[in-house]
Ligand binder design. Sequence first.
Ligand code: 0WD
Length: 254
Amino acid sequence: KPLMAGKKGIILGVANDKSIAWGIAKAASDAGAELAFTYQGEALERRVRPLAESVGSKFVLPCDVTDEASMDSVFETLNGAWGSLDFMVHAIAFSDKDELKGQYLQTTRSNFLRTMDISCYSLTALAQRAAPLMKDGGSIITLTYYGAERVMPHYNVMGVAKAALEASVRYLAADMGPSGIRVNAISAGPIKTLAASGIGDFRYILKWNELNSPLRRNVTIDEVGGAGLYFLSDLSSGVTGEVHHVDSGYHTVG
Ligand code: 0WD
């Protein structure tokens, strides 16, 4: 029986076919999972809907994680249709791109709060809503980056938000573990996506990782998808609160 047969999950953060969340969605779908997708704004709906349909998904729902009612409605829909949930993929982040260059020192209060809200708190807000649906336990994953652990040029306030996100993973894992819900993060190496294009000198970061990582290349969304499948499936049933690097080994040398 396929690894994910009978499992139902929600994927938040597909913007297009380059998105990391799409790599994870493909891997889960190929392994037999049933998926629901969310999008933020009509422009992205036009990109997400055909992708969702290509993997047989019946649910393509609007969700803005800064809006409580919008999150409530997503989980009400899933509760009505499925009555339960096995996994959730959180692949959402945002910061003003004017502050993803230059110095962290110049971070404004308003962008600090917005970055933290969308990139960090949203995981907790969504976990609160997913938990009651994960009656037979479940698996939640989020996406993080090495800039949480070490200073990376231009990553700035997003690095601070990712550090808080990684700490959230540990606290959520502790809170949700007794209910059989696991919470983990994948720390992906740099990948050229819509979100990444907002980061200053991103091409240089890609090149630097390619030249210096143990594998001497960058990772693909399919490779992150493979790790995602491990965390979402019962293969990782004994693992929670983990930050797992899928970065060609860069974190061992950088
Ligand atoms: O190198 C990279 N691309 C890495 C990305 C390395 C390591 C980690 N990550 C993380 C990102 O920080 C993010 O958490 O992976 C996650 C997914 O990012 P991605 O695949 O690189 O980016 P993208 O395809 O752009 O998807 C992120 C999406 C948004 O797209 P845009 O480009 O419009 O920001 O997050 C969603 C949106 O679809 N998003 C929201 N969703 C709901 N409510 C919101 C919001 N308020 N804001 C952004």
